[in-house]
Design a protein around this ligand. Structure first.
Ligand code: GAR
Length: 215
């Protein structure tokens, strides 16, 4: 049984999707703890509602990223977790921290990586006039939003889409694909060796595309 920590900074709707998957027995893993860098993150309430341990480590209490990341690392060790799942965690991680969890840490990002790394992805997609948008689950490596992509889900951008509507539509995709990919990591279908993702024991050449939703 894989022991999972989920790192959050905000609302935690992706955390909720993971909790729901666990309750629905769709996981061969268990969420042991939820760690937030923000004391008022609603995600913490969701964790408490599901009787999951929580920890708040504020980045503001540390003079630099190294100290903050080391405190998080110690909490993850205390929880004895195997996997670290970033779910709306909005801090950049140090290479040292990332190297300790390489191949065991996933992130979900609201764009079709490698396009639109960083923040404000929905607004940037609208500004550019792109027709396609979506989300990506990827392994976390030291370079921001640049680790190997594992799975993507795509939507077509409509004429009526606003930033808010795109955020909502992308969230729906996220809640579907993230629990699935986490489960693959839990059951060993997905793995990582020497900087390469493997799916069903074969090197993953391109991200797995989930069914496309055109409306
Ligand atoms: C999600 O859309 C996630 O992809 C994004 O933050 C949102 C969190 O929503 N993550 C990033 O932008 C990471 N760089 P949630 O708190 O409701 O899960």
């Amino acid at each position: 049984m894989m022991r999972i920590a989920v790192l959050v900074s905000g609302n935690g709707s992706n955390l909720q999707a993971l909790i729901d998957a666990q309750i629905g027995h769709q996981f061969s893993g268990k969420i042991i703890g939820v760690l937030s860098n923000k004391v008022d993150a609603y995600a913490l309430q969701r964790a408490k509602g599901a009787n999951i341990a929580t920890a708040v480590i504020s980045h503001k209490d540390f003079p630099n990223r190294e100290g903050f990341d080391e405190a998080m690392h110690q909490q993850l060790l205390a929880w004895q977790v195997d996997l670290v799942i970033l779910a709306g965690f909005m801090r950049i991680l140090t290479p040292n921290f990332v190297s300790k969890w390489q191949g065991k840490m996933l992130n979900i990002h609201p764009s079709l990586l490698p396009f639109y790394k960083g923040i404000n992805t929905h607004q940037r997609v609208l500004n550019t006039g792109d027709r396609l948008h979506g989300c990506t689950v990827h392994f976390v490596t030291a370079e921001l939003d640049a680790g190997q992509s594992i799975a993507q889900s795509i939507i077509q951008v409509g004429l009526n889409d606003t930033t808010e509507r795109l955020a909502q539509r992308v969230h729906e995709l996220e809640h579907f694909i993230y629990p699935q990919v986490v489960q693959w990591l839990c059951n060993g279908q997905l793995s990582w060796e020497n900087g390469q993702a493997y799916f069903n024991q074969k090197p993953l050449k391109q991200p797995i595309q989930f069914a496309q939703f055109w409306n």
